[in-house]
Design a protein around this ligand. Structure first.
Ligand code: GLN
Length: 206
């Protein structure tokens, strides 16, 4: 028997990637490779019908200004309080409750304190293995002017560490990491987010 048209049209999880500034395209490609339907979010109407979102890396101060000038802030604030979200690097800063030297308030969906650019300048960016037992061995972290997580609130779990310090955190359906998973061919982080954090079914494995 053929599946009803509605069921077929909503077969793939719909995941939006904030595309105001920063790394939209590679996240979208990674999500598509996992079996999701990825779309760019740059206006409030793009939020309709999404199952989950990724807030990518980039420059958090610029992104926060653009959230206001595009009118996206209130829609995104509502989204991060009700739907699954993954923040990476600048995206983690956006989701944090506290971060330093920003022109506008953060979204505050994760009870953590982030310190921006805390590994040093661009030349101190690096790539190394991170320890994330739930995801398996050999996960590479690409850290580009990355923040450090200076405080983890009650109710926030640490799922990834680098040299013992937290680099990946999760509270329910909100997860965030300080590195860039879209810059390696390894799709485990995106797939884990969609399946385990967002609880969405993927028919195809990466
Ligand atoms: N340094 C950036 C910030 O503070 C984050 C860098 C990144 O996303 N790669 O927003």
């Amino acid at each position: 028997m053929r599946a009803p048209a509605e069921a077929m049209s909503h077969g793939r999880p719909r995941v939006g990637v904030l595309g105001l500034q920063g790394d939209f395209a590679l996240h979208a490609a990674a999500l598509e490779a996992c079996g999701c339907e990825a779309s760019r979010v740059s206006l409030p109407e793009h939020l309709a019908g999404l199952d989950a979102m990724v807030l990518p890396g980039g420059e958090s101060s610029t992104m926060l200004r653009l959230l206001d000038s595009t009118g996206l802030r209130s829609g995104i604030e509502r989204f991060v309080r009700t739907k699954p979200v993954l923040g990476t690097c600048a995206g983690l800063i956006l989701l944090s409750r506290e971060a330093d030297r920003l022109p506008r308030p953060t979204l505050g969906a994760l009870d953590i304190t982030a310190e921006r650019n805390a590994w040093g300048r661009q030349v101190h960016s690096f790539c190394d293995l991170v320890d994330a037992p739930e995801l398996g061995e050999g996960l590479q972290g690409v850290f580009i002017r990355a923040p450090r997580i200076r405080r983890v609130g009650k109710g926030v779990q640490v799922f990834a560490r680098y040299q013992g310090e937290p680099v990946g955190v999760r509270a329910g359906r909100v997860a965030a990491i300080t590195f860039h998973p879209e810059l390696t061919p390894d799709r485990r982080l995106h797939e884990w987010f969609v399946r385990e954090v967002a609880g969405l079914a993927l028919s195809k494995s990466a």
